[in-house]
Design a protein around this ligand. Sequence first.
Ligand code: CA
Length: 531
Amino acid sequence: MTDTATTPGTAPRPILIRMDPRDNVAIVANDGGLPAGTVLPDGLVLVDRVPQGHKVALADLAAGEAVRRYDVVIGRTTQALPRGSWVHERLLQMPAAASLEGLPMATAARPALPPLEGHTFEGYRNADGSVGTRNLLAITTTVQCVAGVVEHAVERIRRELLPRYPNVDGVVGLEHGYGCGVAIDAPDAVVPIRTLRNISANPNFGNEVMVVSLGCEKLQPERLLPPGSIPIGGPSDAGAPLDVVCLQDAAHVGFQSMVDHIVARADSHLQRLDARRRETVPASALVVGVQCGGSDAFSGVTANPAVGFCTDLLVRAGATVMFSETTEVRDGIAQLTARAATPAIAQALIDEMAWYDAYLGKGQVDRSANTTPGNKAGGLSNIVEKAMGSIVKSGSALIGGVLSPGQSLRDRGISNGLVYAATPASDFICGTLQLAAGMNLHVFTTGRGTPYGLAEVPVIKVATRTDLARRWHDLMDVNAGRIADGQASIEEVGWELFHLMLDVASGRRKTWAEYWKLHNALVLFNPAPVT
Ligand code: CA
C-alpha cells in the first residue's frame, strides 16, 4: 500500500501513500504538506504546494479523466492536470450514486478467518445472557419534560448513594428529546421508540430497568416498555411489572418529593447491581460498535484499516462487530452486497439504502450532503472517496446480519459476526443507535479530532495522524498515525487495539473520555413528524 520516497540531504523525507497500484493519485503524508518543487526519487516534481492528506496526480490527467483512489473512480477532472498537480475537490466532478439494481448478491468467497481462541475479558454476566463491560444504573425517561428533575436525582444518587455501593460504576439518566409533541402513530415513530426501549436493555445496565415518566406524555411507560419487551430481571420474569416514578402522581407534593421518590427507588436497584462481580468471559461476549467522525484522507489509510484488521480478529474470536453510517457506505453498496452471507442479507442491505435514499430525497438532498468542511480541508474531496475509506472498518468478513435503525441484535436473533447496523453517519445518532443495538464497547476513529464520548459505554478513540495524537495526547487512546509514519504496520496497530479492547472491557484501563467524563447527549433518530 505504501510508496515511501526519500530525498537526499536534510529536507524532510517526502512520503506519498498510494492505496492501489492502479491509482493515479496518492496522498501526501508529511506534517504540514510538501512545497511546490519537491522532487520525489522517481522524478515526480510537485507543481503545487500540496497540504497534508491531499492528493497528487501521479500521471498527466486529461480534462474529464477518471481519478482513481482505492482502485475506485472517485471523480473526473474538470480540467487537464499535469503530473505533480494538487488534485483537490474543486477540480473533481463527483460520480452519480451507484444504482441499487443489478448488484452482486452474496457472490464473494468466504474469507479464510480461522477461529481465534483463548482470549478473555472480565465482564458482568447478565441474566439474559448478555455481558456488560461496566456496571451502571440507568434511569430511563419517557419524555424530555422530566430531564431536569432526573438530573437533580442523579446528582443526589451520585453524592449520597454511590459511596455505599463501590461495585457500581455510575448512574446515568437516559435523557432525550422525544416523548411528546410528536406524531407517535406515524409509521416511522417506531424508530425512536424502539431505540429508547432497546437502550434500556443495554448490557451495561445489568437488566435493571427503572423509569421516570411525567404522566400526560404521548410516550406512556407501557407503550415504551410493554410487558415482556425487555428481559427485566432475566428471561424467567420477563413480565415483571415496570418500576415507574410518575411525576404527576398525586403522591408527590413539591419538587423535593419527586426527587426523594426517584432516589429511594434507585436504592433497591443499586443494591442488586452492587452484589455483582466481574467474571472471566470469552472475548466472544464483546459487542463492538465501530464508527468514524471528523474524518480526513488518513482515516482510510491508517485508523480505519487498523480497525478493520481488529474487526477480523474479533469476528474470529466469535465476537459481534457492528459497522454503520449509511451515507458513508452508500457508494460502496456493490462491495457490501457481494460480501453478504446470503442473498436475503444482500437484499436487506439494499432495502436500508433505498429507505435512506428516499429519506434524503424528501429533504431534496442525497448522500453527498454528508461531507463537511473539515473533511474537505483534510483532503477528502467527496463522499465517494470518504466512503471507500469508511467501509475499510468492516474488515474482510462476510456480513452476517442487518439491523434497521433502533433494532437490537436480540430483536434479530444475532449473537456473533459482522453486522451492518443501519444508522445515519451523525456521530451522536450513530452512537445512540449502536447502544440500542446492544453494543458494550465503542471504537471511534478521527482525523480532524473530536472529544466524543458516551456515558453508557467506554469509547476508544483512534487518531489517524501522529500530529493529532501528539496535540490531543490526553484525548486519543491509540495513535494509528504511526502507520503513515512507517513506525508500525496495520496489523500491529490492529493487535494493539484488540488487546486494549480487552483491557478496557475488563475495567483494567479507562479510556480518556471516561477519565475526563466526556459525555455526548443521546440523540434519537426520529424520521417521523413532530407536531
Ligand atoms: Ca460518524
